[in-house]
Design a protein around this ligand. Structure first.
Ligand code: Z5A
Ligand code: MG
Length: 217
């Protein structure tokens, strides 16, 4: 028998706007709970009422202007605020499911014209998800869900660029750690795919939590 303590899995749900991230995260939480697996949901940007959260919220609503690099660093700081608690939860056996994570940070800022390497650097060494499920839809499918909202990035041209960067990011991960799911289908079909990947990790892991993008030039 191994003496290595098991820990819970860290799962990120990423995807384009209107791809159904929040819908799927809620369904996944219900399913994990029904299986008796402790779970904590996190959403980035976190709670828009904290000091950093308020700055992000005001920026996304176009109520304030910030340098592209400054807002990028605020999104990253928002994740670092929770990095230690993610580690503690996993060590205590609670599965952590994130609604967006560092990949959204890199995708949106790179789509605005910043370099991918620069965008990645503030998030290097964050807890790395054991599994990232990327919910992919076309801009046409997003439009059929009522279109984009009123916020700064909710424009079709921007969403196309973001999708391209997400595909570029995904090519750097193995098939075991990054899975692209066709999210243009019925909610139940997408949920079934999500569950089939997540269930493989519900027994916990004996491998240490990895650090995001460490060793990446
Ligand atoms: N951002 C950033 O720039 N940098 C960062 O580091 C981070 C984020 C972390 C706010 O994000 C913005 O922050 C975002 C990226 C940027 N900018 N944009 N644009 P957010 O997470 O707060 O955004 P959101 O408000 O959650 O919206 P969303 O992501 O677009 O939605 P979603 O969570 O993917 O989808 P949903 O709310 O589950 O579903 C959308 C609608 O579709 C809803 O009416 C559902 O009932 C419906 N739906 C869901 N699934 C289906 C299926 N399968 N079929 C049909 N209809 C469906
Ligand atoms: Mg959402």
């Amino acid at each position: 028998m191994s003496n290595i303590p098991r820990r819970a899995a860290f799962i990120a749900i990423e995807g384009l706007d209107r791809s159904g991230k929040t819908t799927q995260v809620a369904t996944l939480q219900t399913r994990l709970q029904a299986e008796g697996i402790p779970v904590k949901l996190l959403k980035f940007p976190v709670d828009r009422t904290t000091a950093i959260g308020q700055m992000i919220d005001s920026y996304l609503r176009s109520q304030s202007e910030l340098d592209d690099r400054a807002i990028h660093l605020l999104f990253s700081a928002n994740r670092w605020e929770l990095a230690a608690s993610i580690e503690q939860l996993l060590a205590a056996g609670t599965t952590v499911v994130c609604d967006r994570y560092a990949f959204s940070g890199v995708a949106f800022s790179t789509a605005k014209g910043l370099s991918l390497d620069w965008c990645r650097s503030p998030d290097v060494s964050l807890p790395a998800p054991d599994l990232t499920l990327f919910l992919d839809i076309t801009p046409e499918q997003a439009r059929s869900r009522g279109g984009y909202g009123e916020e700064r990035y909710e424009k079709e041209e921007m969403q196309r660029k973001v999708r391209d960067v997400f595909h570029q990011i995904s090519s750097e991960f193995t098939a075991a750690t990054w899975v692209t799911i066709d999210a243009g289908r019925e909610r139940e079909d997408v949920a079934e795919d999500v569950w089939n990947f997540v269930r493989q990790l519900t027994g916990g892991l004996s491998s240490p939590l990895e650090r995001l993008w460490e060793g990446k030039k």
